[in-house]
Structure formats: structure tokens, C-alpha cells
Design a protein around this ligand. Structure first.
Ligand code: R5P
Length: 348
């Protein structure tokens, strides 16, 4: 049976995923050593099983090394296949060198993930200059789309909606969502001057006066895009908008700022947040189940489970490292080593 393993902060999503697929929910123990290094221990039996590590990548940096350690541990303990389930995939927006000398982090991050996992499952990655994840990632990837779920939420919750995209890039979302629920849509025009500086201009929307504006975007990060758009709509006589996003990152105080100018804010649960209203686990579970029939030869980076080395055979008696390990003739300064009975050893 598949094993779903949550990284810290992803326990709720992982439980929903395990429930949706009828799979086992496992556990990882992790903590920081006093020197800041990371300890990882997989508490579930994973030998010969497909393992899904659930870790949304927002914010990405702090937990990334821990994720790599967990994936590598899973593989070395004999997992049949190690998949990264990242409902939000980070580092998709710096997809070119906008200024001389910049790191193109999309490519570097993709290389790191591709060398760590056998497969990646994610939802609506920010594909702007790349048409598909396969242009960046060298492992099999599954790109899922939450727009239909957003559309269904709007249809159920909002009377007479006008679907509005805050920038030209969002045309793809808003047209698909509007078409699915038979609502009109409009697209605004955005100019970004910097990380926290955005201008949004509205076309003449008077033909839709009386409709309920619903701003739809893939990501709310600084929240400035939605904030600027939400501030401008009342200038054309509209009510405060509903904001619906797939990935609610909501950095710093952006959520509170947006709440002041929006009627309601909703997001999918790709990133755990108070605005979560749309569950993605059933979508991801269905995709994982469907992928069961994928031929095994797509699985990369396979290697057999590593045999126990002498440190593992010695077990906890060799810890901490400042104690002489029991297979040496040294004497522990802090405790007497417990004699171990093992292959080739004799109890003394
Ligand atoms: C831009 O291309 C995206 O679709 C979003 O509009 C953007 O990432 C939102 O960023 P922020 O919340 O920082 O304005």
C-alpha cells in the first residue's frame, strides 16, 4: 500500500490525501540539533512501497534540506518509488535573467528536485515562459489544475459573478473559469515596477455594472496585485470584490491589507491558510491513483536499499559521536558501552 509521509506543516493535507486515496499515513520525526543541523528519521516501514512525501513549498528555503534528507532516507531504506507531492511548487517565477548576473532559480531548483525524487506532482505551477514542467524538470511530472474547483466554488457561492483577472497572464484562468460557469469575464492591465510595487489599470467595465466582481489569480504573494485591483473596482461603481486564488502565500501583512478592501478572500489548501476553502487532496489522490499504471521504467534514480553499515549495526551505542563507538577499544567517557550481539560479534 502507498505510504503518505508529511513533512512538518503538511500533516493536515497529508491526512486528507491518505483519506482520499485510502492509503496509509506515516510519520517522520525531525528536529534541529543545537548546532542548527537537521535530524530526520522515518518512523514508518517503507521497504518496497511507493512513498509520497507531502511538502508544499511555501516558504521553500527553510525546509528544503530536510525534504532532501527525508527523500534520500526513504530511498536508502528501500522505498520502491519516491514522489514529491508539492501542492504549491516554488521557484517558478524567476524563470529568466531579468537583470545581468541574476540566478535563474527556476532551473537550479528544478535540477535539485529532479536529482532527489522519482516523480513530482503539483498543482498549477506558475508556467509563464515555460509551456510545461518538462522543460525544466527531468523527472516525470504531473501538473494538475485547480481552476475547475475554483469555478465550482464560485458557481455555488456567488450570485451573478463577473470573473476578473488582474493581468493579461491571468486570461487563461479567467476565461476557462467563466466559460465553465457561464459567467462573463474581463482582464485588467498590470505593470510591475518591483517586488512590492504594482500598478493595475481597469478597462471600462460599465457594461457589467450590477454584477458581483470576483478577482481570480493563481498566486497571492505580496498581495499587491489583488490589492490594487480591489481598490480600483469601487471607482467604477462595483461592490468590494471577492478574491479567489489557488495559492494563497499571503506574505507579511498582505492578507489583512487585502481583507480591508475585499468582501471575502478564498484560496485552495495548497498552502495552509485561514482563507482555505477549496480542498485539493481528492484531485491529487485521483491523479496518483491513475498514475499507478505508468510503466516502471520511467522511475529514475533507482538504487537498491543500502545495507546496514557498521555505525547502524552498532546502533545508539555509538551516539553521541564524542563517545568511542563500541567496535573500537576506546572507553566511553560518558557511559559504559552496552555489549551488542550481532553477526560476527561475540558478547563479552
Ligand atoms: C503574476 O504573474 C501572478 O499571476 C500573480 O499575479 C502574482 O504572482 C501575484 O503576486 P503579488 O501578490 O506579489 O502581487
Amino acid at each position: 500500500m502507498r505510504l503518505i509521509l508529511p513533512l512538518p506543516g503538511n500533516e493536515i493535507f497529508a491526512r486528507h490525501l491518505a483519506e482520499s486515496g485510502g492509503w496509509e499515513l506515516g510519520a517522520i520525526e525531525t528536529r534541529r540539533f543545537p548546532d542548527g543541523e537537521t535530524y530526520v528519521r522515518i518512523l514508518s516501514n517503507i521497504a518496497n512501497r511507493p512513498v509520497d512525501l507531502v511538502c508544499t513549498l511555501a516558504p521553500p528555503d527553510d525546509g528544503f534540506l530536510r525534504l532532501v534528507f527525508a527523500a534520500d532516507a526513504a530511498r536508502s531504506l528501500g522505498a520502491r518509488e519516491v514522489t514529491l507531492v508539492a501542492p504549491y511548487l516554488a521557484y517558478m517565477r524567476q524563470d529568466r535573467r531579468f537583470l545581468p548576473g541574476e540566478a535563474v532559480t527556476s532551473k537550479t531548483f528544478a535540477r535539485l528536485v529532479s536529482s532527489t525524487f522519482d516523480r513530482l506532482v503539483t498543482v498549477d505551477p506558475h508556467l509563464h515562459r515555460y509551456a510545461a514542467l518538462s522543460a525544466l524538470y527531468t523527472i516525470p511530472t504531473e501538473t494538475l489544475h485547480a481552476a475547475p474547483l475554483l469555478a465550482d466554488w464560485i458557481a455555488a457561492e456567488v450570485q451573478k459573478p463577473l470573473i476578473i483577472g488582474p493581468d493579461e497572464e491571468s486570461e487563461q484562468w479567467v476565461s476557462a473559469i467563466a466559460a465553465r460557469i457561464g459567467a462573463p469575464h474581463a482582464v485588467l492591465s498590470k505593470t510591475r515596477h518591483g517586488d512590492r510595487s504594482v500598478d493595475v489599470e481597469l478597462p471600462d467595465l460599465s457594461q457589467w455594472s450590477g454584477l458581483r466582481p470576483v478577482l481570480v489569480d493563481d498566486i497571492a504573494s505580496s498581495g499587491d496585485t489583488l490589492f490594487e485591483a480591489a481598490c480600483k473596482l469601487p471607482l467604477q461603481g462595483f461592490a468590494r470584490p471577492i478574491c479567489a486564488v489557488i495559492h494563497g502565500l499571503f506574505a507579511e501583512d498582505s492578507y489583512q491589507r487585502l481583507l480591508a478592501v475585499a468582501d471575502r478572500i478564498v484560496s485552495s489548501d495548497s498552502v495552509l491558510h485561514a482563507s482555505n476553502a477549496i480542498r485539493l487532496a481528492p484531485l491529487i489522490a485521483a491523479a496518483i491513483s491513475a498514475a499507478r499504471n505508468v510503466p516502471r521504467d520511467i522511475v529514475r534514480h533507482r538504487r537498491p536499499a543500502e545495507p546496514l553499515d557498521e555505525v547502524e549495526r552498532a546502533g545508539i551505542d555509538s551516539f553521541p559521536a564524542s563517545d568511542p563507538p563500541p567496535w573500537t577499544s576506546g572507553v566511553s567517557r560518558t557511559r559504559t558501552p552496552v555489549p551488542r550481539q550481532g553477526k560476527g560479534d561475540s558478547a563479552t
